[in-house]
Write a protein that binds this ligand. Structure first.
Ligand SMILES: C[S@@+](CC[C@H](N)C(=O)[O-])C[C@H]1O[C@@H](n2cnc3c(N)ncnc32)[C@H](O)[C@@H]1O
Length: 288
């Protein structure tokens, strides 16, 4: 069965469908992305053109085809300890302050959220940073921490939960010392040790959905995901995160994003050459 190239009208229909269901916003120069990422699914579903495929997706009452389309359209690029500075900030600023509260008996639990965790490198990097911190801070244990890691992509989550990585993916940012301490070799691959895995709970979550059921968090990592979204959706997400982050809680965004003019209830702070944000409950946007 040979497939027809995507037409302008078909591109616009599929682009709107994708944006509606996951927020990913594609300019016209990205028509090739829809074409290359969805061609296989289109053929598998017995369609020879993208118009028929779009109608099938629109009229499908079950979520399966929609999920597969979204899965194919997400970009799951990630690496270990990405950008380095968020993990230095965690280790040198945020964890010490939270640990003091634990040691003073003012709190028992610290909750973190990796809000677009892809194949797991981000939440596992957070978990390893926490383990390292606990090794040098008597009285602070991994059981004081809970990391929720979520993503919209079922295939990325499947790999994240498996926690097994090949040599190439481990080479992307994982220091050798961390590999030796927190991974077990399995054939040619490496599997994250249970002590790291057990700190992280994975779940499927679309950032378009109501966030309140997730509860409150002390630190949120929301990185390299809103770069794919339109301005109004970005605003909605960061304002949603503002309702979830604890008073004086913190937010990490990617090295290429800024919340300036988007969510002013987050105050920019710097440490170790990197930017992070602190929630300011007293700002006009900070009161619910
Ligand atoms: C480029 S990866 C970033 C991964 C990680 N945060 C990092 O910085 O390395 C972006 C992730 O966002 C996810 N994503 C895209 N749209 C989403 C949505 N509406 N809700 C939740 N996750 C989404 C994708 O599936 C993908 O895994």
């Amino acid at each position: 069965m040979s497939a027809e190239p995507i037409s302008t009208v078909e591109f616009k229909l599929l682009r709107d469908y994708i944006q509606e269901h996951c927020g990913i916003c594609l300019g016209e120069e990205k028509a090739y992305l829809i074409e290359t990422r969805l061609a296989g699914l289109m053929v598998q579903n017995g369609c020879t053109d993208f118009g028929a495929f779009y109608r099938m997706a629109r009229n499908d009452p079950s979520p399966q085809l929609r999920e597969k389309i979204i899965d194919a359209m997400t970009t799951n690029e990630t690496l270990w300890f990405r950008d380095t500075h968020p993990f230095a900030i965690l280790r040198e600023k945020l964890l010490p302050a939270l640990a003091e509260e634990i040691l003073a008996g003012n709190r028992y639990r610290i909750r973190l959220w990796s809000a677009a965790c892809s194949t797991g490198q981000e939440p596992y990097s957070i978990a390893m940073t926490i383990h390292e911190f606990c090794r040098t801070h008597p009285g602070i244990q991994p059981s004081h921490f809970e990391i929720i890691a979520s993503d919209i992509s079922p295939s990325a989550l499947f790999l994240a939960k498996a926690g097994t990585y090949d040599e190439n993916s481990l080479r992307r940012g994982l220091p050798d010392e961390m590999r030796q301490r927190y991974f077990n070799p399995i054939g040619p691959n490496w599997r994250v040790k249970d002590e790291v895995k057990n700190l992280v709970s994975f779940r499927k979550f679309n950032l378009q959905d109501p966030m309140d059921p997730l509860g409150h968090f002390d630190i949120i990592f929301c990185r390299y995901v809103t770069i794919y979204f339109a301005e109004d959706f970005k605003r909605r997400i960061f304002n949603g995160l503002g309702r979830l982050v604890a008073p004086s809680g913190h937010l990490m965004v990617s090295a290429v994003e800024s919340l300036r003019g988007i969510a002013d209830q987050f105050l920019p702070m710097t440490h170790a050459g990197g930017l992070y944000y602190q929630f300011d409950a007293l700002s006009p946007g900070g009161t619910p």
